[in-house]
Ligand binder design. Structure first.
Ligand code: ADP
Ligand code: MG
Length: 388
């Protein structure tokens, strides 16, 4: 689960991580009022969306008068922001964060995350922080340093110093960095975050270290234990189809392609997507309907795929091990009765009660293309999507 920057910064404050002075606002007038209350002569207006890359997309703007705060807020609120990290539809901007402008001497990158490979918490830092960190990681990976935290020993002062030296900090700033790293470490553990990212962490002209940006991801499997975090959820920022799928216990992830996939089992779903790709197609989604599924769930899954306007053809690939193929067939028929299916559907049913399932589909009089061989089914669905 993701939260907004203004919420992440609230948590940062609770854990002693220094952040800019600022406040959130949901109308231009409110934004103007926040700027007046903050005082000073420069403010940054930041769109609150669950994605980075806002700076380059016009979602972070520096205002030098109250009028500009109002103008920029009017420009952003109520619109959708498209960044390099969103899809082409972008995300709705319903809230802004207004902060004082700080004179920046250096921009660093600092993050803490749960590393699955080493099963440790990892700190990652770079002196080359800011908006181009992806390019730094790609072109000059040696400029990025990482260190593992031993779970029994915890974060050690010498480790904080190691990062401080890599960032060429000195004196009081080294202690300030340690305070920030300790805050991140405690926050990560206490709230079951999977990643905390500060990009940029800035050194101001006055020598102050501040988290200018804040991004926290939480482990979905742990978030139920943290009602305070769950309260910060903003469904408006989440994929509507993925939310709906969650309600029905379906594992669904929206992708960019044109071929809707309905498969049972995550492994088979991955293999199906690979085969679609191998044949030159692109999946519109990942969908695992699960093992012990019901006709209702299959119907919901089918409706979910059809609600995606990009879908030009559907591939249903079911291997009946635990789930029975006739149950799947009944679910498909129930869904087709409710929604008008305009795209071709290729169905590959194999395993328990496959014969009965195929018979049900054949008897339905619907325009479904039955296949028994997966490779053929994948090639066929790609050809049908291309022809559409
Ligand atoms: P994103 O990562 O989504 O692009 P950031 O919060 O990192 O958004 O902001 C982008 C850039 O805007 C920062 O790298 C920084 O240069 C500038 N910026 C953001 N907040 C401030 C601020 N309070 N004062 C001065 N510059 C800022
Ligand atoms: Mg940033």
């Amino acid at each position: 689960m993701n939260i907004h920057e203004y919420q992440a910064k609230r948590l940062f404050r609770d854990y002693g991580i220094a952040v800019p002075e600022g406040h959130q606002a949901d109308t231009p007038e409110h934004a103007g009022q926040v700027a007046r209350e903050l005082g000073g002569s420069g403010w940054v207006v930041k769109a609150q969306v669950h994605a980075g890359g806002r700076g380059k997309a016009g979602g972070v703007r520096l205002a030098h008068s109250h009028q500009e705060v109002l103008d920029f807020s009017r420009d952003m609120l109520g619109k959708r922001l498209v960044t390099a990290q969103t899809d082409s539809a972008g995300l709705p901007v319903e809230r802004l964060l207004i902060e004082k402008i700080y004179p920046i001497k250096s921009e660093f990158y600092l993050s803490a995350l749960v590393d699955r490979v080493s099963s440790r918490i990892l700190f990652i830092a770079s002196a080359a922080g800011g908006m181009d960190i992806e390019a730094v990681a790609r072109d000059t990976p040696e400029r990025i340093i990482s260190l593992q935290i031993h779970p029994a020993a915890g974060l050690q002062s010498y480790q904080c110093r190691k990062i401080a030296f890599a960032l060429q900090l000195a004196g009081e700033q080294i202690k300030a960095l340690e305070t920030i790293m300790r805050g991140m470490y405690q926050l990560l553990l206490a709230k079951d975050a999977s990643q905390i990212e500060i990009n940029p962490l800035i050194l101001t002209e006055q020598g102050q270290l501040l988290a200018l940006d804040a991004k926290i991801n939480f482990d979905d499997n742990a978030v139920a234990m943290h009602p305070d975090i769950l309260d910060m959820r903003d469904p408006g920022q989440e994929d509507r189809k993925e939310n709906k799928a969650q309600q029905y216990g379906l594992n669904y992830i929206t992708l960019d392609g044109t071929i809707g996939c309905m498969v049972n089992g995550a492994g088979l779903a991955m293999a199906t997507m690979d085969l679609v790709k191998l044949n030159g197609g692109a999946p519109a989604n990942f969908l695992d309907v699960g093992g012990g599924t019901t006709p209702e769930r299959v119907a919901e899954a089918f409706k979910l795929i059809l609600s995606d306007g990009k879908v030009k053809a559907i591939l249903i690939n079911i291997f009946g091990g635990i789930v029975q193929c006739d149950i799947i067939a009944r679910g498909i028929l129930a869904a087709v009765k409710e929604v008008h299916v305009k795209v071709p559907v290729v169905v590959r049913l194999e395993g328990t009660n496959a014969e009965a399932g195929r018979q049900l589909l054949a008897d339905s009089g619907l325009n479904l293309i039955a296949e028994t061989d997966l490779a053929t089914a994948a090639a066929q669905v790609v050809a049908l999507a291309e022809a559409a």
